[in-house]
Design a protein around this ligand. Structure first.
Ligand code: SF4
Ligand code: FES
Length: 232
């Protein structure tokens, strides 16, 4: 199998494509394909040109850290959870996520996701208890990996400077539903950095590896707003 990879030596460099031959097991994950190509110190392209090892991010290799999020044959996905036997195409094409600055090759800097949460005060602080009926969704949302796959496909997310995207919206719901004292403040920041920019394409839900129902978080945030209006 041919493996085409969009490479970039440093954040300032121009990206370029390199193609490799993969002759390993057919049931490998994309992460295993990258490991296979990187096996030797000096690796070669399919034309025999010596090149450096491919840089990519990973930690758990079991779909729980989110580090290996890349674009695989045009679809954003986790490299450790995507298997080449399931691909429709004969060629494997890998590129880094486009909404974050590239550090090198397939590795990007996703720190803006955490920074936006930090600067919006997105931590529970004092737990005020919550309606038992919320627990299932709170648990499901808390599985968010902050992988950034949802931001790759979001038509409204550009670079995280004003619109913060689905991962942020889900965290808003968790904090607002668990700390009633912070609820007003969170609804305000939610409106500013998510509510006013989301066009409800919901493409985020198509690619989320944890199957998080962001639409439910949106509905619950809206419900909190109307509940608070009634009590005013
Ligand atoms: S909402 Fe899903 S796709 Fe988005 S960061 Fe969280 S786990 Fe990743
Ligand atoms: S390496 Fe952790 S999710 Fe893939």
């Amino acid at each position: 199998m041919k493996v085409r990879i969009l490479r970039q030596n440093s954040p300032e460099d121009q990206p370029h494509w390199e193609t490799f031959d993969y002759n390993g097991p057919e049931d490998a994950s994309v992460a295993a394909v990258l490991d296979y190509i990187n096996y030797n110190d000096d690796i070669e392209t399919d034309e025999g040109k010596k090149t450096s090892r491919i840089i990519w991010d990973c930690s758990c290799l079991q779909g729980i850290c989110g580090a290996c999020a890349i674009v695989i044959n045009g679809r954003p996905a986790l490299a450790c959870e995507t298997f080449i036997r399931d691909l429709k195409e004969d060629v494997l094409v890998l590129r880094p996520l486009r909404k974050f600055p590239v550090i090198r090759d397939l590795m990007v800097d996703r720190s803006s996701i955490q920074e936006n949460l930090k600067k919006s005060g997105m931590f529970i602080g004092e737990y005020s208890g919550s309606d038992e009926r919320e627990h299932d969704h709170q648990y499901s949302v808390s599985k968010c990996l902050k992988c950034g796959l949802c931001l790759e496909v979001c038509p409204n997310y550009i670079n995280g400077k004003t619109f913060f995207g689905a991962a942020f919206a889900n965290d808003c719901y968790v904090v607002a539903s668990r700390n009633s004292a912070k609820s007003d403040e969170i609804r305000k920041t939610y409106a500013e950095h998510f509510g006013s920019g989301c066009s409800k394409s919901l493409s985020c839900m198509d690619v989320c590896p944890m199957k998080i129902q962001t639409i439910a978080s949106i509905a619950k945030m809206n419900r909190m707003k109307s509940r608070n209006r009634k009590s005013e």
